[in-house]
Design a protein around this ligand. Structure first.
Ligand code: NAP
Length: 277
């Protein structure tokens, strides 16, 4: 039996999603963990630790009052302006209750810088609507006391059950082309490593901005081709090469200041070897 570390009650917003679900699985044996889902789901309806919640319609305070979390993890997707409003409410609650908020952000907060990888303290700069939206929430949270905030900037996250890999397998089966971006230089992550990293951040009571990507950089097209090769399906693949610029473009988040211990760092090849298992 795993002994619960009773010090925290965790609420994961978006626990029915890819990353929220992986975090729920990782944390639920160690902490009192609750989660939300949006689309009706029979299995989750019966689970007393899950609440149906739609940030476009429902008030989050009701769930906060029931759960009384000491840590909220935000792992949502959906309408940008409604998400901004929700995070304004969360920021107020976190400040008043002196609890912690962990926000899953994205390497896209740097997508207007194309020539270099980005580090934790670099100024965010985006030319995409998605990047702007993530920056808006990050900036709102960065006004809170530093100890109460964790901003996790993630590159593309892969894993056997990840929507990205499921989509590739679907295209292979349907004999449809798979989009690759030959000029995109990026780092990558996996759901299994990301959940261990966040578990460590919670256990050690860390705060601030974390760049949770692989130590090495890969070209998008090479990495996708290696994923397909790890399933021995390279003969079946048709690619559509998409060039967004003439030059190489970096979308990589590397750590310089908030480094995690060696066993929690990852290389892109670790993700490929996990897929071969
Ligand atoms: N996956 C990646 O590669 C990656 C990379 C960088 C950053 N991120 C960030 O990580 C976070 C989670 O990503 P993900 O890939 O795990 O997303 P996902 O699988 O699409 O999950 C999104 C979650 O949000 C919930 N949701 C959607 N609309 C909602 C609404 N109107 N009200 C309440 N909940 C709603 C979904 O509920 P239902 O399941 O009920 O629809 C689901 O639980 C996102 O903020 C994303 O930007 C992900």
């Amino acid at each position: 039996m795993i002994e619960r570390e009773n010090k925290h009650t965790i609420l994961i917003l978006g626990a029915s999603g890819f990353l929220g679900g992986a975090l729920y699985k990782e944390l639920c044996s160690y902490f009192r963990t609750f989660g939300t889902y949006n689309i009706s789901n029979r299995a989750l309806e019966k689970n007393k630790h899950f609440f149906q919640y739609n940030f476009e319609e429902d008030d989050i305070y009701e769930i906060l009052e029931i759960v009384k979390p000491t840590i909220i993890i935000s792992a949502l997707r959906g309408d940008f302006s409604k998400q901004v409003l929700l995070h304004q409410h969360l920021a107020e609650y976190v400040f008043i209750e002196k609890i912690k908020l962990i926000f899953l952000s994205s390497a896209n907060v740097f997508d207007a810088y194309s020539k270099y990888p980005s580090y934790e303290l670099d100024k965010t700069y985006s030319n995409s609507i998605f990047g702007h939206f993530k920056i808006k929430i990050e900036n709102m949270l960065l006004r809170l006391p530093k100890k109460q905030i964790v901003i996790i900037r993630l590159p593309m996250v892969f894993g056997a059950q990840s929507p990205r890999i499921q989509e590739i397998l679907h295209f292979l089966k349907a004999k449809e082309p798979i989009e690759v971006f030959p000029n995109l230089v990026m780092n990558v992550s996996s759901d299994s490593k990301m959940t261990q990293q966040i578990h460590y951040i919670i256990n050690r009571n860390k705060s601030g901005v974390f760049h949770l990507g692989s130590e090495d950089l890969v070209h998008h097209d090479d990495f996708i081709k290696e994923i397909i090769a790890s399933y021995d399906l390279e003969q079946k693949a048709i690619f559509k090469q998409v060039y967004t610029t003439n030059d190489e473009r970096y979308l990589a988040v590397l750590p310089k200041f908030n480094k995690l211990p060696k066993h929690l760092q990852l290389k892109s090849e670790d993700i490929l070897s996990d897929l071969k298992l």
